[in-house]
Write a protein that binds this ligand. Structure first.
Ligand SMILES: *Cc1c(COP(=O)(O)O)cnc(C)c1O
Length: 408
């Protein structure tokens, strides 16, 4: 049987790859299967934090890391848990908290995953790391890799946010804008990582991303004084951000420091809600509900969620459910978060706040409960979605004009 010319067919799940397969071998860290890490759980893993590093690295005993000093140079983790009196009043939720994941090197929760992946890259002499991204993973990897002295190769949809693209290029990453969109970019990035021997950071295939993001759960538990919240509200695209939190809370129980899991509310965009539909229809996967994503919330504009099976299973096991919110509700929530809590959110991140109303209306959240909303990404990266509430006065430098304008 002859091979098609110029193409090497390899006997594994990625099937057809490129001729370059002959020159390059997949990087030893390249992962074919999703693996899940387990630890020898005990309270000490959480109660006497590691001294390897600050922030997220304090939980190194629950991360897959050899006990040597952290090399990754950027600070990650230890983000604020905010109690905003004004926001509690606006939402009528007296026990509402914001987990502010915008306070990271590049303004999104993706920086935790990037940090652990690049820490492994540094320890294993990796020279190039690659990923596909709707925007935030790419910015995170571009900036993180530059700081670590590693090359980044990034695949994004052609319609990627301008400011996010500029940040990737500012850091000197190699960027491919893929015409067919995120799903195609994801498949291509997998093929390319394998063919060219790059280390693949992709969410859902690199198990380190889940491990790193679970540290958010440890921080929430610690910041609540060693208590579990009742409900956690998370924007959902690929689903790994939510599933990582579930893993983190499960490990708190496994370590013996907590008794019960919180419920989880996954928030999707009305214009892209495959997981909500699958959940409503009691389906184990969201593949049936694939349709073009129509939303300004690029961070959750994922029509074929990589972690779909896992996140559906997690939400069913923990209780809770999915809600969908409109772009308009997200824009409104950006304004509310900024003007009550002083937190600047991008649309995908603001969807968590927008999701409270439908979750309360459908009985998924009770108003007296301890509710955490995860604000996953900073709004300064998408200034086009900061909607003005009023207009400025243009005046000459004359105090009379100030008085006139303000009718003083
Ligand atoms: C990535 C991202 C999400 C969703 O995370 P998934 O793991 O894809 O479900 C939510 N909000 C923002 C801002 C993001 O960048």
């Amino acid at each position: 049987m002859g091979k098609p010319t110029g193409v090497t067919v390899v006997q594994n799940k990625d099937t057809t790859v490129w001729p370059h397969e002959q020159q390059h071998k997949p990087h030893p860290l390249y992962q074919e299967e999703i693996v899940s890490y387990h630890y020898a759980y005990s309270p000490a893993l959480l109660t006497s934090p590691s001294t390897l590093g600050q922030g997220m690295w304090r939980y190194s005993a629950l991360l897959p890391l050899e006990e040597t000093a952290i090399r990754y140079p950027l600070p990650v983790g230890n983000t604020p848990l905010i109690a905003s009196a004004a926001l509690r009043k606006t939402t009528q939720l007296p026990h509402l908290w914001l987990k502010d994941e915008t306070k990271t090197p590049t303004g999104s929760n993706k920086d935790r995953a990037t940090a652990l992946v690049l820490e492994h890259a540094l320890r294993n002499g990796v020279t190039t790391v690659s990923c596909a991204s709707t925007g935030n993973v790419a910015v995170s990897l571009a900036i993180g890799a530059a700081a670590a002295g590693i090359n980044a190769v990034i695949f994004v949809p052609a319609g990627v946010s301008h400011t996010k693209l500029r940040l990737m290029l500012l850091a000197g990453a190699t960027v491919f804008q893929v015409t067919e969109g995120y799903e195609a970019a994801f498949v291509l990035s997998r093929q390319a990582a394998k063919a060219f021997g790059w280390y693949d950071r992709n969410t859902g295939v690199n198990p380190l991303t889940l491990e790193a993001k679970k540290t958010v759960a440890f921080e929430i538990w610690e910041q609540l004084g060693g208590h579990m919240p009742d409900v956690v509200v998370v924007p959902v695209g690929d689903g790994l951000t939510l599933s990582a939190l579930v893993k983190g809370f499960r490990e708190l129980i496994a370590c013996g420091v907590a008794q019960r899991l919180p419920r989880f509310i996954g928030v999707q965009a009305e214009g892209c809600q495959p997981l909500k539909r699958a959940w409503e229809n009691n389906e184990p996967t969201a593949v049936k509900y694939r349709e073009p994503a129509r939303t300004i919330a690029d961070g959750i504009a994922v029509n074929t969620p990589v972690g779909g099976v896992l996140v559906l299973k997690d939400i069913r096991e923990c209780g809770g459910g999915f809600v969908a919110v409109s772009d308009q509700a997200m824009l409104q929530s950006i304004q509310v978060l900024a003007s009550t809590a002083g937190v600047l959110a991008e649309p995908a991140a603001a969807s968590a706040l927008a999701g409270l109303a439908p979750a309360i209306a459908t009985g998924l959240i009770e108003p007296h409960e301890v509710v955490i909303i995860c604000v996953t990404g900073n709004g300064l990266k998408q200034p086009e979605h900061l909607v003005a509430q009023n207009t400025p006065f243009t005046i000459r430098a004359d105090i009379e004009e100030v008085a006139n304008a303000m009718q003083l």
